[in-house]
Design a protein around this ligand. Structure first.
Ligand code: 2P0
Length: 350
């Protein structure tokens, strides 16, 4: 087969209405729809992909470390490559090399940007010519939230209703240029790897949280309201909906047995301080949301930025902050930027 190395950049996405729970484990079909904003390249994952008959086996590197493809977690994510190889009718071996610009597995959706970049690059390397919707269906099967990173702007992952998952795919609500003054201040509270994976955690929540039973129906309604808030660029409504959803998510996590606790004292201080600021201002000027980790995402508008930055600078325990605007989604980059050595088919050294 035509052996070309293709490199793509993918970015994470931050869910405003979250995905937490599957109705089907293998195809990764969610219990509810979710909505996110795709990040700009402040945080990004670069992934190079090559399909070749000249190596004996698949290889997969993340941040310079060769991954064990017999490990269940890695295998489940790498299965996407098999899906795409089948679609292309090839048995060539894959070389995949991925580099994150930010901490992996610390609640910063590194798997989402990595998988989005991998799927996007593989589509091109295998000349599949698939569109965003089809690519989102493939990415979803590697890691649910990653499907939302296949498009820029504000994105909805429709839960769908079909058993084969063919309608559980993404739809762009609004493009990257729609809301240029909204920003996400990411406050890094901890870079350590989370103790319980999202995959294991959400399974336990679905299995035994009493409060979770109310979540899927509520989240569908919240998605409809969130879509409206985004289209109208109604920041106060967006902020209220996203904070309520984050609160609900972390409530059902705590209601899981054994309990799942991702927020730490600094996270809780951020929740209190943002709430106080909104009280004082008598309107929502900042809105927090937390994923499966203690790091905070504080959404605000450019006009309130200095106020929010000052608030955060007074909270002890925030290690650093980085700002993301609405991003464009994945893109293919120059061959020179490849992470694979074209003569050895291995990871480039240095
Ligand atoms: C989200 N998270 O909507 C939510 C909010 C974390 C909290 O999607 O099992 O890594 O691979 O489908 O996508 C994290 O879960 O889980 C997640 P799998 P995933 O972004």
């Amino acid at each position: 087969m035509d052996e070309n190395i293709v490199t793509a950049i993918g970015t994470p996405n931050m869910a405003l209405i979250k995905y937490w729970g599957k109705r089907e484990e293998k195809l990764i079909l969610p219990m509810n729809s979710s909505i996110s904003m795709t990040f700009d390249e402040t945080f990004n994952t670069k992934t190079s992909v090559l399909f070749t008959d000249r190596v004996p086996e698949d290889s997969f590197y993340i941040n310079g470390v060769r991954q064990d493809l017999s490990d269940k977690d890695i295998m489940e994510r790498f299965a996407i490559i098999d899906i795409m190889r089948r679609m292309a009718g090839t048995t060539s071996k894959a070389v995949v090399v991925s580099e994150n610009s930010f901490p992996t597995a610390a609640g910063l959706a590194s798997s989402a940007s990595g998988i989005a970049a991998m799927v996007f690059a593989a589509n091109s390397a295998l000349k599949l010519g698939l569109g965003t919707k089809e690519l989102s269906i493939i990415a979803r099967q590697g890691s649910g939230s990653s499907c939302r990173s296949l498009s820029g702007g504000f994105v909805k992952w429709e839960m769908g209703s079909k058993d084969d998952g063919s309608d559980s795919c993404i739809r762009q609500i609004a493009g990257p240029g729609h809301w240029s003054d909204i920003i996400d201040i990411v406050a890094i509270v901890s870079k350590s790897k989370k103790k319980i994976s999202s995959r294991a955690g959400m399974k336990q929540t679905v299995a035994n949280s009493i409060l979770y039973k109310a979540r899927p129906a509520y989240a569908e309604r919240a998605c409809a309201e969130m879509e409206e808030a985004i289209l109208k660029k109604d920041f106060e409504r967006l902020g209220m909906l996203m904070m309520k959803d984050s609160n609900n998510l972390h409530a059902v996590m705590l209601d899981t047995y054994p309990p799942i606790l991702y927020l730490n004292d600094v996270s809780k201080q951020i929740i209190s301080s943002v709430s106080e600021l909104n009280e004082v201002e008598n309107k929502i000027v900042a809105a927090y949301t937390f994923d499966a980790g203690p790091n905070a995402n504080i959404f605000t508008l450019e006009k309130y930025r200095s106020k929010v930055e000052e608030l955060l600078s007074n909270i002890e325990g925030i290690e650093s902050t980085r700002i993301s605007k609405v991003g464009n989604g994945p893109r293919i980059i120059d061959e020179d930027a490849s992470l694979i050595d074209p003569s050895t088919f291995k990871i480039k050294s240095g």
